[in-house]
Design a protein around this ligand. Structure first.
Ligand code: FE
Length: 445
């Protein structure tokens, strides 16, 4: 907890406890004690004193989209829940209740929204990771903001599970859905469900030519922490050469952040400029301008055809790694080759060429599929009555919706349907994208 403000005689406001405000769109929490030095708000800046044109540092919405925030306790949620008469309450403890697959922002948001509507319904979360809560957008600005990797965890999964009275099954893979018997098979046994919600997100895609073992894919905290450990601290162990394949949003933000962290970046893309999707906004030109003093080299119109780990001999010539031999005594590097025959050398390779929804689980239940789990655009129900889906794994009319802002609204729609409360139809909105290239943030539509 942060310290209370020092009392200043006669200054009543300074005596009030610091408060936090949450962004409705992305969940960013503005803490008055810490301020937001990146956008010019010194520590100790009261929310009321923030200029009206200030934008959320994570998602770009304005001050009016923030509200006072306190992490809800189970008691608070219970009190809130009394307003709604949930369909499941009477025999709730005997029913399997709701099973949620995924403990990212979507899974936890749904658990919290459900708990606010129904204090009793059993909720189980199945997740392949530890289930810790964190803000994914921070992964691409953590170095520039000097956030220690371990500080990225906002709340441990086990803590959140206790707070929300949720059964959390961490390090557990969901394998198959049997919709006839309403069962989910997992690596820790079979779970029954009344309602199943798929919130397992998407995975970073890997172009077929690239070996998974040599390429980082950063789409969750676990992989990010491993990457940070591999890179080390540029100031103490020296800068690393990092090659990033893909100069879309994530690739560009990571390039920016790792460069500000002192590493040397080569950024490749098949397009002639970064952020090519926003060519009309001149995003590429603007971002290259912002990078002119950073160690980022952008190379456009190239396609990577291979990544290999090779040894470098004393003359700095590439040599194949001797079979079965330890790397001791030989310096090894990654050699990246493009289709046009260019070579690059790097210590680490990160692939950021887009996301893909894993299909196996949804297809085990024969759910309608359109490049993602196809859901009804108003109810977010899949082709099965008892299964909803939300977040990065869904498509609406064939379109993926991989933004943070819709998640809270999706959770409201699904939680209302599951608890048989007044329906809350979901509404598709155009996303506003904030490119967090700290040196010059861009807002794109
Ligand atoms: Fe926000």
């Amino acid at each position: 907890m942060t310290a209370q403000p020092t009392a200043i005689a006669g200054d009543v406001q300074a005596l009030a406890p610091w408060q936090s405000y949450i962004c409705h769109a992305c969940g960013y929490i503005y803490n008055e004690a810490e301020g937001d030095p990146d956008s010019g708000l010194a520590a100790g800046t009261r929310f009321a004193d923030i200029p009206e044109d200030w934008a959320c540092p994570l998602c770009g919405v304005t001050k009016s989209d923030f509200e006072l925030y306190e992490a809800p306790s189970l008691d608070a949620l219970r009190a809130q829940a009394s307003g709604c008469a949930p369909a499941m309450t009477s025999a709730a403890r005997q029913t399997p209740g709701v099973v949620i697959v995924g403990a990212g922002r979507a899974g936890w948001q749904l658990a919290e929204t459900l708990r606010a509507l129904d204090a009793e319904v059993p909720i189980t979360i199945v997740t392949a990771c530890a289930g810790d809560l964190y803000d994914k957008p921070l992964l691409s600005v953590a170095m520039a903001r000097q956030i220690e990797p371990e500080k990225l965890i906002k709340e441990a999964g086990t803590e959140a599970a206790r707070r929300l009275n949720v059964r959390l099954l961490p390090q557990t893979l969901a394998i198959r859905i049997c919709k006839e018997t309403r069962q989910l098979r997992t690596t820790r046994g079979t779970l029954r469900y009344d309602q199943l919600v798929l919130a397992h997100g998407a995975k970073a895609a890997l172009p077929p030519a690239l070996p998974a073992a040599l390429c980082w894919r950063i789409n969750h905290l676990g992989a990010y922490l491993q990457l940070r450990a591999a890179l080390g601290d540029a100031a103490t162990t020296g800068p690393k050469d990092v090659l990033i394949v893909g100069a879309g949003l994530i690739g560009s933000e990571l390039a920016n952040d790792l460069a500000l962290g002192g590493h040397r970046i080569t950024l490749l893309d098949v397009q002639p400029e970064p952020l090519a999707r926003w060519h009309a906004d001149q995003a590429g030109a603007r971002v290259l301008q912002a990078w002119k003093d950073l160690p980022i080299r952008f190379v456009g119109e190239v396609k990577v055809s291979s990544v290999e780990r090779l040894a470098l001999d004393a003359e700095r010539l590439w040599k194949p790694l001797p079979e079965g031999m330890a790397r001791a005594g030989l310096s090894t590097r990654l050699r990246i080759t493009t289709e046009c025959g260019q070579h690059f050398a790097a210590d680490e390779v990160i692939v950021a060429t887009g996301l893909q929804t894993p299909s196996r689980l949804a297809q085990s239940a024969g759910l309608a599929w359109a490049d993602g789990i196809s859901v009804d655009p108003h109810t977010l129900r899949t082709s099965d009555d008892r299964i909803h889906a939300m977040g990065d794994c869904i498509t609406l009319g064939g379109q993926a919706s991989r933004f943070i802002e819709p998640i809270a609204r999706q959770a409201k729609t699904i939680a209302a349907a599951i608890t048989a409360c007044e329906p809350v139809p979901y509404e598709t909105r155009t996303a506003v994208v904030r490119v967090k290239t700290t040196s010059m943030p861009l807002t794109l539509h």
